[in-house]
Design a protein around this ligand. Sequence first.
Ligand code: SF4
Length: 401
Amino acid sequence: MPTYSHSQLSTYETCPHKYKLAYIDKIEVETEGVEAFMGSRVHEALEKLYRDLKVTKLNTLEELLNFYHQSWKKNWNDLIQIIRKDYNAEDYRRLGEKCITDYYKRYYPFDLGKTLGLEEYIYFPLEEEKSYWIRGFIDRLTLVDSSVLEIHDYKTSNRLPTKEDVHSDRQLAFYHMGVAEKWQGIQEVRLIWHYLTFDTEIHSSRTPEQLYQLRQATLELIRRIETDRQLFPKEGPLCDWCDYQGFCPKRKHLITVGSLPPNEYLNEEGVVLVNQYVELKERKRLLNEESDAELAKIEEALYAYAQREELEAIFGSDHVAKIKIEMKEKYPLKGNPHRKILDEMVKKAGKWMEVSDLNPWMLARIIGRGGWPPSLVNKVKEFSTVEESRSITISKLKERE
Ligand code: SF4
């Protein structure tokens, strides 16, 4: 049965190629960002806190932090990556410690509600036909009284979500769907995020209508994933944290040459080619600038000469320069406020088709963006042909923070 998780769907939304590498090619990666590593250690500690409480053992803060530090030490390895160069492992370890300490102090003695599940696995059909299933793990599931269920999720990210993020969050809404029918007599499901680095709790809930809409939107997304034959890489600010950079056409060269010693790096074929290309382009740009300036001067001199001598043709040794000076009508371009009014006027006069033209470049772009109904896209695509298109774009590398 096709099964999806929230993180699987998010991976596709962030970058279809990463989705391919992780979920279709199933490439195993060994690297891990320090943020994810720290998040796992904090999750483990909070899981231990509540697991021990189930057998009436209340850890002291000191015991819990000892557990955290030991787990940090035991699991730390050379494949953990620190992308933000201003910070080191110790900074992240302390941040995790702070998350646990703040949490402990805020909720001590942890007696609000009864813990029903920790790292609770959920698996449920997305629609009545049961064609697609959703899976996930809930950090903590708590029964507040016999009719109120709380879904708790711990976050260690350094970004607080906006109101809109909270109300449209898919992960906890999935969990809501997954637990709603599992326990009898539940009348209310509360979604609670613990933003640990901010020592902040955020609450939300979903109505049946919102859950219905989420199911529809998720089905639409799954259909998009399953019909995407290209799964292109989509570069973004999170690429630096992507564990699949070594397999991605946008990043693997950077990763490969990044590990070379300086002498080998400067002789690497790709590095040499790009350096030569940029140098030549720059030389050409400077030459062009000089020639353009020279050309503009000569053009002005030709116009002046033609006007002074009342000429429309000036003869050189092998060429003739035909000079035309005339007044031409110009109409407002796109972006000009008058353009809209003009468009409307021509449309109203029924003359639009005489002056409008389909822009094939724009058509390809809009279809690529994926906003049109699939039936229309398929019909439009019958008119397209596939040709190889080549380009080289040079851009300056940014310094990493
Ligand atoms: S490095 Fe960026 S573009 Fe490449 S797979 Fe990862 S997220 Fe996608």
